[in-house]
Design a protein around this ligand. Structure first.
Ligand code: ADP
Ligand code: MG
Length: 781
């Protein structure tokens, strides 16, 4: 597998270089266990956060920064919450407790207006002196604990705390320490953020500036005005001011982009060094016969992309192309034309689908499109005809043997199946092209596997219907050329989309009135609900792709400026009225005067197959021209007369799902309408998503918006994240410019020095970045 060889090449080149000793030493320094540096106890605590080595700790970047001048608003603290509060000590007194025996220290801290009690108990007063000494009036500190209540005032019992600047050597230093932005680390209740901060400083403070070899080559630091590694770590962990941490984080964002792009650039270079078999076009064979028998003209996009692919196939460098196109864009025809070019040139093509069911569907589609061209060896077949063969694991052994034989002999020009087709047991006479439909489950590793097959790897076309924003394509699929089928075949109508506030009765009445008008004109309407039954306890079909992260904690890094982390403090969601259900909605519509006399059907996943089929028939025939349904109609339903879709509680659905749903109307050239009924308030993310949907029917634009609104989460996918060396800071939309720049830099590096011999630290960084991806892949397979 060349993911592995990428890694080992890196080691080999680093090892052969004069700097090998330095590189090894660098690695030892990074991987030094924290037990050795911080002692077993602290190391064990940090281990709870998976921080094992010096590098783990130093790369544990703060999540945000607090402004030291800004105290926490104590009035906002809620009883029961685990909080970290920044406040000033007002008083601290020790009292002995005659009744219970023992002593108690009570301190009052304040945000200037409100007070919070801190309480410590001990057997003897002496034990509390240490606290009293630190908690001197006027000092500022961070206090962590769970908010309790005692005689009407809020308090923290035995809080963990840090007094700012108290460990300083002299007054000047104390002032400096007290004015620094305060880093807030991703922490655990048992490992508070400042304990992490202290450990970081224990490790970082004594390091000389050149302790580690910087993975970023010096000339690139200069080019972008970034500081070297250790000073940048200080910027991030011990910033003098907010400019410092911003500068530091920017450097690490760039570093991640450079590592990623360097890995991709090298992969690409390795790929370009491979040789494949050129499959030149012929104008006297199947490809042209196919074009002649197509019942529709190709769109301009299909032509243009077809030309790109045909040219790729004529070269003896293996094609690696990603074809993106929204559902219905007509990718199959494009793929088939490419496959026919290869078969005409004497090779074979394989079409891989994500599931056996989809593979079987493809077989039917290809045969239908090809007609007699797919009947090679049969009386009805055209002269140049070939065979299209299905090969799947669930086939009977006889059918499978026959299919295997056709693939091995070359009788089957086109073999359709799943990824199992790439297994060793399937032999091809001359596999010239592999088409992968739906890229998601076909990752970097599988691409590598394919490339590693034989010494003349086949050309490859990867197709995706889920629009991948350009920035993601560039990041994750940076080793692929990309083509986009932007336009859809003619005859698809405009769909006007509007967001309707759920509490606006006038608009709702108008919506039902629109359904009446359409039905009277012979059309159909869908009304989509999130749930099946009226009883709030029953869920819908469970497939609304609501993203729980959308309103979740914001872990934006660069944007977080100032402010104190209040631990688990989150806005309390107002209790919502239950979501509309299919049964309630059908009953409600049946009683609306606007819809009097109109048949209303229902459809959901719990109906039997027969009942579903009947409901669809009655809808299609017009017996029940209004269909109240769950999202089961999202895929595969095709009723050309459908022109209205009303989605209730639309704010509960994801962008992509609403986009797919909307694709059910406007299919037969009738102008159509999609109404998104929403309870989302203006200014919320949910509202913005719906507005985005109303603004465009372009799946790509929507995917970009979705990504931005999701604050991008982990769009890079499993292969690019999850391990300890994964990308922590890079965000594909926000950092698109940085990624672009790093891509240019990486290509320059690879051109000059394909094995990074001059840059062993970068080679090392790439290797450790690839490592977890590989482990992850092994787990999944
Ligand atoms: P997808 O890109 O989602 O795979 P398909 O290839 O399945 O889309 O095409 C969707 C439908 O559009 C199919 O019925 C196909 O035959 C039809 N189609 C493809 N290209 C054209 C065209 N140029 N003009 C009209 N219909 C087309
Ligand atoms: Mg398709």
């Amino acid at each position: 597998m060349s993911a592995a060889s990428l890694g080992s090449e890196a080691t080999a080149s680093a090892g052969s270089d004069v700097g090998a000793g330095a590189a090894r030493q660098n690695l030892e320094r990074q991987r030094e266990p924290l037990t050795k540096v911080l002692g077993a106890r602290t190391a064990k605590q940090l281990g709870k956060l998976s921080l094992e080595t010096v590098e783990d700790l130093l790369r544990h970047y703060p999540r945000r920064y607090g402004d030291p001048g800004q105290l926490t608003d104590i009035s906002q603290l809620k009883v029961g919450e685990h909080v970290t509060v920044m406040a000033q000590v007002r008083t601290a007194t020790i009292r002995t407790m005659r009744s219970r025996g023992g002593a108690m220290l009570q301190a009052t801290v304040t945000d200037g207006t409100h007070a919070l009690q801190l309480t410590f108990f001990a057997k003897r007063a002496g034990v509390l002196r240490m606290h009293e000494d630190k908690l001197r009036p006027g000092r500022t500190g961070l206090f962590t604990g769970t908010v309790g209540e005692y005689r009407g005032s809020r308090q923290l019992t035995h809080p963990d705390y840090l007094i700012v600047g108290v460990d300083a050597a002299d007054e000047d230093e104390a002032v400096l320490e007290a004015s620094r932005p305060i880093p807030f680390y991703p922490a655990a209740a048992s490992v508070p953020t400042w304990r992490i901060g202290r450990s970081v400083r224990t490790v970082l403070d004594p390091l000389p500036d050149d302790y580690f070899v910087d993975p970023i080559p010096e000339f690139l630091l200069d080019r972008h005005g970034h500081l070297p590694l250790v000073p940048s770590l200080r910027d991030v962990h011990v910033p003098d001011d907010s400019a410092a941490w911003k500068r530091g984080l920017a450097r690490f964002v760039y570093e991640e982009a450079l590592i990623l792009q360097s890995a991709l650039a090298r992969r690409r270079a390795a790929h370009e060094a491979l040789t494949s078999v050129a499959r030149p076009r012929r104008d006297d064979a199947m490809a042209s016969a196919f074009d002649a028998r197509l019942p529709f003209p190709l769109t301009q996009g299909q032509r243009d992309v077809g030309e790109q692919i045909a040219t790729d196939l004529e070269r003896d460098t293996p094609m690696m192309r990603l074809l993106q196109g929204d559902v219905g864009a007509g990718k199959t025809v494009v793929a088939l034309r490419a496959m026919l070019q290869v078969v005409d040139a004497g090779g074979q093509a394989a079409l891989l689908a994500p599931t056996e069911v989809l593979a079987a569907q493809h077989l039917v589609t290809l045969r239908a499109l090809m007609g007699p061209l797919a009947e090679g060896g049969m009386l009805t077949g055209a002269d140049d005809a070939t065979r299209v063969t299905l090969l799947t694991g669930s086939q009977g052994s006889k059918a499978r043997r026959a299919a295997l034989a056709e693939a091995a002999s070359g009788a089957a020009g086109i073999v359709v199946g799943t990824h199992a087709l790439l297994s060793e047991t399937v032999q091809f006479a001359d596999l010239g092209l592999v088409v992968v439909d739906e890229q998601h489950r076909f990752g970097v590793e599988q691409r590598d596997e394919l490339r590693a097959r034989g010494d003349r790897p086949p050309h490859m076309l990867v197709m995706t219907a889920t629009p991948i924003p350009r920035t993601v394509a560039m990041t994750v699929f940076g080793d692929l050329e990309t083509s986009v089928l932007a336009e859809k075949p003619a005859g698809r109508a405009q769909i006007a989309t509007h967001v309707v506030p759920a509490d606006n009765q006038a608009w709702l009445t108008r919506a039902w009135g629109r359904i009446r008008e359409e039905v009277d004109a012979g059309r159909r309407a869908y009304v989509v609900c999130a749930r099946i039954e009226g009883d709030a306890a029953t869920e819908g079909d469970g497939d609304a792709d609501v993203d729980p992260d959308l309103d979740g904690a914001d872990d934006q890094l660069l944007a977080a400026d100032g402010g104190i982390d209040l631990g688990a403090a989150k806005p309390v969601a107002a209790p919502k009225a239950p979501l509309a259900s299919v049964s309630d909605t059908a009953a409600m519509l049946g009683a609306r005067p606007e819809l009097a006399g109109i048949g209303i059907g229902v459809m959901h996943g719990r109906l039997s197959a027969d009942a579903k089929a009947e409901a669809m028939d009655r809808f299609a025939s017009g017996a029940t021209p209004v269909l109240v349904s769950t999202t089961v109609i999202e895929v595969g339903v095709d009723v050309p007369q459908a022109t209205v879709m009303v989605v209730l509680d639309a704010d509960n659905f994801g962008i992509s799902q609403l986009h797919q749903l909307r694709g059910r109307v406007g299919r037969a050239g009738h102008a159509s309408l999609c109404l998104l009924i929403s309870r989302a308030d203006e200014g919320t993310v949910a509202h913005e998503r719906l507005q985005a949907l109303a603004a465009t029917t372009d799946g790509f634009a929507l995917a970009e918006t979705d990504l931005e609104l999701r604050r991008e989460g982990d769009v890079l996918g499993a292969a690019q994240s999850g391990g300890r060396n994964s990308l922590r800071l890079l965000r594909v939309v926000r950092d698109a410019k940085v990624i672009d720049a790093a891509r240019v830099d990486a290509r320059e590096l690879v051109n000059d020095d394909p094995d990074f011999t001059q840059h062993p630290a970068l080679a090392q960084a790439i290797e450790s970045w690839l490592e977890p991806a590989r482990e992850d892949y092994l787990e999944r397979s």
